[in-house]
Write a protein of this length. Structure first.
Length: 264
């Protein structure tokens, strides 16, 4: 089968759902898709942030952005999101599971609530949302152009982090393996599942850490800098385009070499 080389990385006209797509890494991803002609649905519990992000992204032209607010801690809201999406679209080409939370506290005082909150959003709801929108993903899939599930993981799911974020690192390691399990089951339905294990990027979750330790963090990254919006958006575009159609079950460290340079 011949493929126009100019279309290898195209996502023009694709329908995309980005959870947590209004801020941080999610916003970087959303903008990358919109600027390359996709229709992006942005969902998080911060309705005002979703609306503002969509206004700003729609002003860029090329693609479009639509807000569907939802609180993913609530299963009922996840179902409402899937139902609303099904009312608006007959197909979903790409699902980006990006919403996440963190909780840092010392080992001796680390609370039960942290595990419930972080594991629910970072791991459990990835399965919930993926399961709910699978019929829309199946409707968009084909052998030559499967639908895509992209899970935003973390280098802290690959290494032992210096910070005391026990639930976060465990949840991301679990997400990485869940993504591989989904790659096996959904691959048979012509849907790929891959993880981007992100290193440090400018985000709300990383804000306090970067304010205190940015210089030392960058000094320990072989490439000498933190990630840019183009880095994470570009990786998502690759995985979502024809160029990434045969990638399934992969965990891609997007970290400038952080993991290979990590010291225990």
């Amino acid at each position: 089968m011949s493929t126009n080389i100019n279309d290898l990385f195209s996502v023009k006209g694709k329908v995309v759902l980005v959870t947590g797509g209004a801020k941080g890494i999610g916003r970087m991803i959303s903008e990358g898709f919109v600027q390359n002609g996709a229709k992006v649905y942005i969902s998080s519990r911060d309705a005002a942030a979703c609306e503002q992000a969509c206004q700003e992204l729609n002003a860029l032209g090329k693609g479009t952005a639509v807000a569907i607010p939802a609180d993913f801690y609530k299963e009922a809201d996840c179902k409402k999101l899937a139902e609303e999406l099904a009312k608006r679209e007959t197909k979903l080409h790409v699902l980006v599971n990006n919403s996440g939370s963190n909780w840092g506290e010392t080992y001796d005082s680390y609370p039960e609530a942290a595990w419930t909150r972080v594991l629910t959003l970072n791991l459990h709801r990835v399965f919930t949302i993926t399961q709910l929108v699978t019929p829309l993903l199946e409707a968009a899939s084909s052998p030559a152009d499967p639908s895509r599930v992209i899970n935003i993981g973390s280098v802290d799911g690959l290494r032992v982090p210096a910070l005391e974020t026990f639930a976060y690192s465990a949840s991301k390691a679990g997400l990485h393996h869940l993504s591989r399990v989904l790659a096996h089951h959904l691959g048979q339905r012509q849907i790929t599942s891959n993880v981007i294990a992100c290193g440090p990027f400018e985000s709300k979750m990383m804000k306090a850490t970067l304010e205190k330790f940015k210089d030392s963090i960058e000094a320990n990254i072989p490439l000498g800098r933190i990630g840019s919006p183009q880095d994470v958006a570009g990786t998502c575009l690759f995985l979502s385009s024809r160029a990434g159609a045969y990638v399934n079950g992969a965990t891609i460290p997007l970290d400038g070499g952080t993991v290979i340079a990590a010291r225990m």
